[in-house]
Design a protein around this ligand. Sequence first.
Ligand code: FMN
Length: 311
Amino acid sequence: MELYFAPLEGITGYVYRNVHARHFSGIDKYFAPFISTSSHGFQKRKEVRDILPENNEQMHLVPQLLSNCAQDFIDYGRKIYELGYSEINLNLGCPSRTVVSKGKGAGFLAEPEALDRFLDQVFSQLKGKISIKTRIGKDDPEEFFGLMEIYNKYPVSELIIHPRTQTDYYKNKPNLKVFGEAVRHSRHPVCYNGDICTKEEFDNLTERFPNLQAVMIGRGFLKNPALAQEIVMGEHLKITVLKQYHDELYQQYKELFSGDKPVLFKMKELWLYLIEYFPEYEKYGKRIKKTQRLCDYEGIAAELFSRLRQS
Ligand SMILES: Cc1cc2nc3c(=O)[nH]c(=O)nc-3n(C[C@H](O)[C@H](O)[C@H](O)COP(=O)(O)O)c2cc1C
């Protein structure tokens, strides 16, 4: 069974992925955050930079596209295969209102006929591997049975299922009953995604579903960046390595951005998840959220690591 690092837009860009891959092992594939297609081709240099092979040498990367236009997907897809990638992932899970209102991400799930036509055109014209990351419906988990029939018609290389509906966002619990039905009825290898943050949660899931191709983890890896090696090799997170990982990430963001604000923005987003690992995390979490200057941030981070060493 393989372990995948989920795409987390705004957090797991190439700088983050490289730092993570340098300090922690056990990840079979990293998925890049989505690139939204348009009829004008790649729009932002930032998007291309994120998936350039020279920026991703230390990992197996799968680029992801967010699209409801088959021709745009095909045009972007060809460019991505030309870069040397063997797999592209289609995002049918993003629940954000701006994405859904355009009929993309999980919004596309509400239009099964259009989705069927989209997949028909894409699979007949693109010859590389295409995997799908999907939620189980727009509003109702029952939608998934119809969606499965559509997915089963095409040579999808892997079906990654986050068993929530779009309207669930990240609330409620993943629907393991519907996920189990999907595992039984899918023609394709299935990967589970959602709410796995500890080895115990991983073990419970894989005991219940022993035939999964892979498990994809997002926030769990942000909370404990050594979780994959803990699952695979029983190696727990070491404070020294965690500190090196933090320091290198911080350093790289300082080199990349000018001014305190964008660096703090990136680090604050990371701490939203990482903080739970530290003692008295609520108090420190608030202090990090409030900081406006890098020098103050550095003081709080140093205090957090020294508290962790003492605990
Ligand atoms: C901040 C954030 C950004 C995300 N960005 C993406 C994205 O670019 N593409 C995608 O398919 N899913 C995205 N997701 C969803 C995650 O990949 C994943 O499916 C979700 O967090 C559930 O898995 P987890 O419980 O292991 O985190 C994002 C989630 C969060 C919280």
